[in-house]
Design a protein around this ligand. Structure first.
Ligand code: F3S
Length: 67
């Protein structure tokens, strides 16, 4: 087994564009103000890697990195 994928979140960059949530709502929940509500260094569940990449890639502020 290789190391699992993790999500790195830059809350300081999030502007609430919600594109991450539009692509993968189960992975990228938003808080009541519409900002990303995922703790940084969150592991991606097996089978959700593609969706995690899609959501992270959709962020125009590059606030999300997966790897
Ligand atoms: Fe924030 Fe980017 Fe998502 S700005 S709400 S992390 S699309």
């Amino acid at each position: 087994e290789g190391p699992e994928m993790r999500i790195l979140v830059r809350n300081d960059l999030c502007q609430g564009h919600a594109q991450c949530n539009a692509q993968a709502p189960e992975i990228y929940p938003l808080d009541a103000d519409g900002f990303i509500d995922v703790p940084t260094d969150t592991p991606v569940l097996p089978g959700q890697e593609a969706a995690a990449r899609l959501g992270a890639g959709a962020c125009p502020e590059r606030a999300l990195q997966v790897g």
